[in-house]
Design a binder for this molecule. Structure first.
Ligand code: SF4
Length: 265
């Protein structure tokens, strides 16, 4: 079962102790421009910049792994399908009861669409997801003897399974060097210059081409946690980012100034 990870390693949370601290950074010395959540890197990172950026992320998120709770490839597949347009936390709230009632494809089919729906109705698109979960369980029994297949083609042929879901299952359950691109990875890759692209497919291809082979698998988890908790959608927290030096985001943010309470006489 995956562990909950919510804050970067201590070294990152405290800039004075961060891996990047002490390095001379020309960008950090510039006055901060107004935050622009849609700004992107003006160029691609160089190979040395990529290596440094990912090494900094690895230090920040040393034990990174999926935040979805699962215990088998089947429960991972179901959790990832349920997580489409829903938070991992919301999925983790419903899966204990769902997996207790249906820990395998046969039990999921027996539970049926209505039974699954009853247990997952707090997450978005629950009706459609209940239908897909039961149908893909039936397909697993019919086509794969109840086992989760280990190829992209077979996974994407299952109900409710798209490219990103297949990539997550291949990465996490089958330890393949895939780069699932969700909203966090897409944003981070374009902001930083790690792998720019206008579409999810273009970013995925750029990341697969540019990230060193030995880092591809783990980099998925580093990027998701970095995007979720530091390089946030509305306003990245560059001032506490361990990978600020090699990042090419043009409008890095400063630490917010907290005004002291007004003194009253
Ligand atoms: S938080 Fe700022 S410095 Fe860090 S990766 Fe995001 S844009 Fe770059």
């Amino acid at each position: 079962m995956a562990r909950q990870t919510r804050t970067p390693a201590k070294a990152e949370a405290h800039p004075s102790k961060s891996p990047a601290a002490g390095r001379k950074t020309a960008k950090a010395a510039k006055p901060a421009a107004a935050a622009d959540s849609k700004a992107t890197a003006p160029r691609d990172m160089t190979r040395p910049e990529i290596a440094q950026f990912l090494t900094d992320l690895e230090r920040a998120w040393p034990d990174a792994e999926t935040e979805l709770h699962y215990s088998t490839p089947f429960t991972l597949l179901i959790a990832v399908v349920l997580s489409a347009q829903a938070t991992d936390a919301s999925v983790n709230r419903v899966t204990p009861a769902l997996f207790a009632a249906a820990p395998n494809p046969a039990a999921m089919v027996a539970l049926g669409e209505d039974g699954v729906g009853e247990l997952i109705r707090t997450i978005g698109l629950w009706r459609n997801k209940a239908k897909n979960v039961v149908e893909l369980s039936r397909q697993l029994i019919e086509r794969h003897k109840g086992e989760v297949p280990g190829t992209r083609e077979e996974l994407e042929a299952l109900a409710g399974v798209g490219r990103k879901t297949a990539n997550v299952v291949l990465n996490v359950a089958f330890h393949q060097p895939t780069v699932p691109v969700d909203t966090h990875v897409f944003r981070l890759a374009n902001r930083t210059g790690l792998g720019r692209g206008k579409t999810v497919e273009a970013v995925e291809a750029a990341l697969e081409r540019r990230i060193p082979k030995e880092m591809i698998r783990d980099s998925h988890h580093w990027m998701i946690l970095q995007g979720r908790y530091v390089c946030k959608a509305r306003k990245p927290e560059c001032w506490r980012c361990a990978a600020s030096e090699p990042c090419l985001y043009p409008v890095k943010t400063d630490r917010p100034v907290i005004k002291p309470p007004r003194q009253t006489l």
